[in-house]
Design a protein around this ligand. Structure first.
Ligand SMILES: O=C([O-])CC(=O)C(=O)O
Ligand SMILES: [Mg+2]
Length: 604
């Protein structure tokens, strides 16, 4: 039987928030996971309202935004003694306006983030209406960069459960825990984002605070990709933390002990992957912010067996390939050089750097280079300098295995600094995934501008506090010639009388489309071609106006349309690879398929 896509994606009638609230999985966690944080009285003394009041007198004006009568859950209804015929019945529009007013009055991004989280837990529809009304300004608050600070302070700002908190101590019961949780849901999740909190953005090990990033990604899945929020599930796997100050903090909500070994983590992941796949049939599992070694190990281990992908390795790879395709063409047009001669220097040797470099190789192989030739277009610098075959740690066999693919064999000299590598390589492109603020120094950037009429410079580390180069400095030090994309957002700048818009090469431009595409065509697995197709679709998704302005990426405000185009590319690639278990899209024209996807996107 042909099930209409719109029905499979969004089964909740759009008018029924009452049902939504009753179904809200977040209300049921405590009963299914004995690890759901249960702060004691001391903890509670510093929850949202206390912090708000302490930090900010404006906060005192807050009472939760009232929900419209028809959308009030039974828990939220005022006691009948208070409900008189003159009890105010604000409209949805009034509630949205009130929320916007409250947000505008709050002085910091973190307070806005907290207020939005609270709103999402109480009234998801209102939250997503606000998101979609002003995505450009709210994405940086709900997501990167503010979500980084929210993860760092998760234990201080905790307001209640936002997903599943699973402890390694429950490993042997995991199957039962997830099966029980699934029984409480009317609709099964389509997308899980799971982290172990071991490497949150560029901020290191934040333990259970990693829940913030799982939630933040899923908010973008809904606002940007159109996944029904009821069908998303945020998960943090608590395996301890190596963050000592966090462990010692009396408010910390996770296991206050050192992180377990990779071996133990793998056995917990095995249990999680198999339990989740059986409890939530058809779910796509996005791995997020695992430390590099674990990230590669888990991707290798699970990618053939499960519908999963790693956002940092593959999502970031895809988004940067998409932007590089455009930047490389513009740079070659300016220099007159053959695009196959681009030379790319990477600062950083973690999972994202290696994932991005491997994905960017497709640019060169598509132009006819062999794999070996394509690999030779890349120079990776980690904390010890350029990775070469004669470097002492490499000779001693101590180089992390994921980096070994990019060892340079063509030099025996050591190049310990970025400046020395720039002199040696004379690159056309500089990519930063080092998590080192300001690492693209003025001399380095000026040298790039001397070497290239249009230098490609992508400082990608997140959040902004870890970014290698600001947009203002990039423009200034290259006399405005830079082809720029950063991971965290920068505002447009008036430069010599011209408004210049930076690119944001953040994986949120592709992960919602990759996930959505994989789910609707029921891909058996997420193949390399599906990831590359996401990049291609992204690079082609710019409007004529965006192209005219020479933007590298579509504007954030168009993320829903862009996600639909990415999803279409992903479905087509799944078909080419023959992994689409739902085959009915095969007969559709590209236009029909895009329309079908847009129709299926959930709307608040
Ligand atoms: O979350 C983001 O903004 C991008 C990302 O995956 C990371 O930095 O790990
Ligand atoms: Mg990430």
């Amino acid at each position: 039987m042909r099930v209409h896509l719109a029905q499979t994606i969004s089964r909740i009638p759009s008018s029924s928030i009452t049902q939504r609230s009753r179904l809200n999985p977040y209300r049921t966690f405590a009963s299914v996971s004995n690890h759901t944080p249960t702060p004691n009285d001391d903890h509670n003394s510093s929850t949202m309202s206390a912090i708000l009041n302490a930090l900010n007198p404006i906060a005192a004006m807050f009472t939760p935004a009232a929900t419209p009568k028809e959308s009030r859950s039974s828990e939220q209804s005022p006691p009948s003694s208070m409900a008189t015929s003159s009890t105010p019945q604000p409209t949805g529009e009034q509630n949205l306006l009130r929320l916007q007013k409250h947000l505008a009055a709050l002085p910091t991004s973190l307070l806005k983030h907290m207020h939005l989280s609270k709103t999402r837990r109480e009234d998801p529809r209102l939250f997503f209406q606000a998101m979609n009304a002003d995505l450009v300004n709210l994405a940086p608050i709900v997501y990167t960069p503010t979500v980084g600070e929210a993860c760092q302070k998760y234990h201080e700002i905790y307001q209640g459960p936002e997903g599943l908190y699973l402890s390694i101590d429950d490993k042997d019961n995991l199957h039962q825990i997830l099966a029980d949780h699934a029984k409480t849901l009317e609709v099964s999740p389509q997308i899980i984002v799971v982290t172990d909190g071991s490497r949150i953005l560029g901020l290191g090990d934040l333990g259970l605070g990693g829940m913030g990033i799982s939630r933040g990604k899923l908010n973008l899945y809904t606002a940007g990709g159109g996944i029904d929020p009821e069908r998303t599930l945020a998960v943090v796997l608590d395996m301890g933390t190596n963050n000592e100050p966090l462990r010692a903090d009396p408010l910390y909500l996770g296991l206050p002990r050192p992180r377990c070994s990779l071996e133990e983590a793998t056995s917990f992941m095995d249990a999680f992957m198999s339990s989740a796949a059986s409890a939530y049939p058809g779910v796509l599992i996005q791995h997020e912010d695992f430390y590099s070694e674990a990230a590669f190990a888990f991707l290798d281990k699970y990618r053939e067996e499960y519908r999963m992908f790693n956002d940092d390795i593959q999502g970031t790879g895809s988004v940067i390939l998409g932007g590089f395709i455009r930047a490389a063409k513009m740079a070659s047009d300016a220099s007159g050089r053959d695009p196959r001669e681009h030379k790319v220097v990477f600062l950083g040797g973690g999972s994202a750097a290696v994932g991005v470099a491997k994905e960017m190789m497709k640019f060169f192989t598509q132009l006819g280079l062999s794999e070996k030739e394509a690999r030779e277009r890349f120079w990776l610098i980690d904390t010890k300098g350029l990775i070469t075959h004669t470097r002492p740690d490499v000779v001693a066999g101590r180089l992390a295995s994921h980096k070994s693919y990019f060892i340079r064999n063509d030099t025996t000299t050591e190049y310990p600094t970025l400046a020395s590598v720039i002199e040696h390589v004379q690159p056309t492109a500089l990519v930063g995934l080092s998590t080192t603020f300001g690492a693209f120094t003025e001399p380095c950037v000026r040298r790039m501008a001397e070497l290239n009429p249009s230098p490609i410079i992508f400082p990608l580390s997140n959040p902004t506090s870890k970014c290698e180069l600001s947009y203002a400095d990039a423009l200034e030090w290259t006399s405005g010639n830079v082809l720029f994309a950063s991971g965290s957002p920068y505002d447009p700048i008036e430069f010599h009388g011209v408004r210049r818009e930076p690119g944001q090469g953040n994986n949120f431009l592709v992960f919602p489309g990759i996930g959505f595409g994989a789910v609707i065509c029921k891909a058996k697995k997420v193949t390399d071609l599906m990831i590359t197709a996401g990049a291609m679709a992204l690079s082609e998704s710019l409007t004529p106006e965006e192209k005219e302005l020479k933007l590298l990426y579509p504007r954030t405000g168009r993320i829903r349309e862009v996600s639909a185009e990415v999803a279409r590319g992903v479905v087509r690639a799944a078909q080419v690879d023959g992994v689409d278990e739902e085959t009915r899209y095969r007969d559709m024209s590209d236009e029909q398929l895009l329309e079908e996807i847009k129709q299926a996107q959930w709307k608040a």
